[in-house]
Design a protein around this ligand. Structure first.
Ligand code: FDA
Length: 497
């Protein structure tokens, strides 16, 4: 409520924000959790909470009048369409040189993502978070995150027979024929539920192509894991459709947080002011970076360090498709949840997920999302003319990612006698190199903050989300974001409360 005073305010309800809210509440601290997206707890006119990928509607995109689907074309036809402007679930946020996809709603990115829940190989950890002790992460915090998130693995025997993973078996066969290791990738999907989907005994979610705009049944988003535990504490007030705009020191100590209430058209219906003793920035890599850069530049928090806004990376994301021979069909029924990848990280700097193309028809296509060791890092900065935050990522900075992905797919194409698909990202365009799903950095641990996320320059301000991680995790990031948040909040509760 306007004028309230709270011990702790958390900005954003994704992985970092959910961990912070849960652990603070369990330690007896009352928490205000502020989320700019919707609650996603009420069915729409079709009886479902979330829209399907095959028929995007107003629920699908954050304040756009036209869809901006990651795959913009199919068989030469553009597939985007007009939709009503609405506070939908997936934000395709456009900066000068890159589109950054993010989840919007209570649960953040967990609402829209593929649920691939991957702990990095320990030998790669030193390059991911150089100032963090790997021992405590692999002994305590990765296990805690995996348990809290409900991470599980596909049953390999079922995988071998399920129609919905024919595309992944083709991906495995071709990877192995070219000498690449194929590894199963854990996921937070309820695997027993997926087996029932395949058997036809329950309503379909992954097998109905649900992904990107939410999953109605089997995916264990934060709505099924951390968020019910948060509610059970009775100490956390969640405010959906509330957007934090300013944080500034309060005269009597603590911070004044200005929050705008939104309606579903995105219009501001009220502006409220809350005083918080401590504020946790968990608005995601982009959201936290944008807030901190703005607050430093506009004089609200002038003492934030010069590292704020720096060290941003795209986790080396790049997508591509390959055209298979007619005798290698990938199946008309494809689970939207990937469960395997091709590991060429050590030799070629690429880890490629075998991804679905759930069109409902046979496409003879193999589709991949590669995570690569792209070394380029961008910076957020305040633009006084537009009064907004820019990101200086350049499209050409994706070239290292393409080269690394080619270390896998050029070899597979040569071995199989196949070619790249050129119809998925435009006309005669092979690489989906205009986007990322995995923004990381902008308030890097040990640079913009101390080694536990305490922001330099102010007591009682913390970053606790993907902004802490300097640009790359070598695999999909949310398990690492969750584990780091678990580590940091434990220390913060022990020493700062
Ligand atoms: P996250 O982005 O989850 O949460 C931030 C929250 O803050 C959002 O809900 C946002 O609305 C809110 N917010 C922002 N600004 C605010 C403000 N000013 N006021 C109030 N609220 C504000 N990762 C993975 O490991 N495996 C996978 O399979 C995938 N797949 C995938 C697919 C797609 C389509 C996307 C978009 C992303 C993925 N990811 C993924 C990435 C993963 O979802 C992402 O890394 C995490 O959600 C990031 O967690 P954070 O806690 O950092 O922020």
């Amino acid at each position: 409520a306007d004028g309230a005073r709270v011990p702790a305010l958390v900005i954003g309800s994704g992985y970092g924000g959910s961990v912070a809210a849960l652990r603070l509440a369990q330690a007896g601290v009352d928490v205000q959790l502020v989320e700019m997206g919707m609650a996603w707890d009420t069915p729409g006119a079709d009886g479902k909470i979330f829209a399907n990928t095959t028929s995007p509607d107003q629920r699908s995109f954050w304040l756009r009048t036209r869809t901006k689907q990651p795959l913009s074309n199919f068989l030469g036809f553009p597939i985007d369409k007009d939709i009503p402007r609405y506070t939908g679930i997936l934000d395709a946020e456009e900066f000068g040189g890159i589109v950054v996809y993010q989840g919007r709603g209570v649960g953040g990115g967990s609402l829209v993502n593929g649920g691939m829940a991957v702990t990095p190989k320990r030998e790669n950890f030193g390059a991911i978070l150089p100032t963090v002790d790997p021992g405590e992460m692999y002994d305590t915090y990765y296990p805690r995150a995996n348990a809290g998130l409900g991470v599980g693995l596909v049953d390999p025997a079922w995988f071998d027979s399920a129609d919905c993973y024919q595309y992944a078996r083709v991906g495995r066969k071709q990877a192995q024929r070219s000498g690449f290791p194929f590894v199963f990738v854990p996921d937070v999907y309820d695997w027993a539920y997926m087996q029932q989907e395949q058997a036809g005994t329950v309503p379909r979610s992954a097998l109905a192509g649900e992904i990107l705009y939410g999953n109605n049944y089997g995916k264990k988003s934060l709505q099924k894991t951390y968020l019910p535990r948060i509610a059970a504490t009775g100490r956390v007030t969640v405010s959906p459709l509330h957007r934090v705009t300013t944080v500034t020191p309060a005269s009597g100590g603590g911070y004044t947080v200005v929050v705008e209430q939104l309606d579903t058209s995105g219009a501001v219906t009220a502006t409220k002011s809350v005083t918080a003793d401590k504020v946790f920035f968990a608005a995601g890599s982009v959201g936290t970076s944008k807030l901190l850069v703005k607050l430093k530049a506009t004089g609200a928090l002038p003492n934030l360090g010069d590292e704020v806004g720096k060290g941003w990376g795209d986790n080396g994301n790049v997508m591509c498709g390959r055209a298979n021979h007619i005798w290698d069909p990938t199946g008309s029924l494809q689970s939207s949840i990937p469960c395997g990848g091709i590991d060429n990280w050590a030799a070629g700097g690429a880890f490629a997920e075998v991804a679905p193309l759930p069109t409902g028809i046979e496409t003879w296509a193999s589709f991949y999302l590669s995570i690569t060791k792209n070394p380029n890092r961008a910076q957020f900065s305040w633009n006084p003319a537009t009064r907004s935050v820019d990101l200086n990522w350049q499209p050409a900075w994706k070239q290292p990612s393409i080269d690394m992905a080619k270390s896998i797919f050029d070899r597979i194409n040569a071995k199989e006698g196949t070619i790249y698909r050129t119809d998925l990202f435009g006309t005669y365009k092979i690489w989906g190199d205009h986007l990322t799903y995995h923004p990381l950095g902008g308030a890097v641990l040990g640079k913009a903050t101390d080694n536990y996320g305490r922001l330099a320059g102010y007591q009682g301000l913390y970053a606790i989300d993907g902004s802490l991680i300097p640009g790359n995790t070598s695999v999909n990031p949310f398990v690492t974001i969750t584990a780091l948040a678990e580590r940091n909040i434990e220390k913060i509760i022990a020493t700062d409360f």
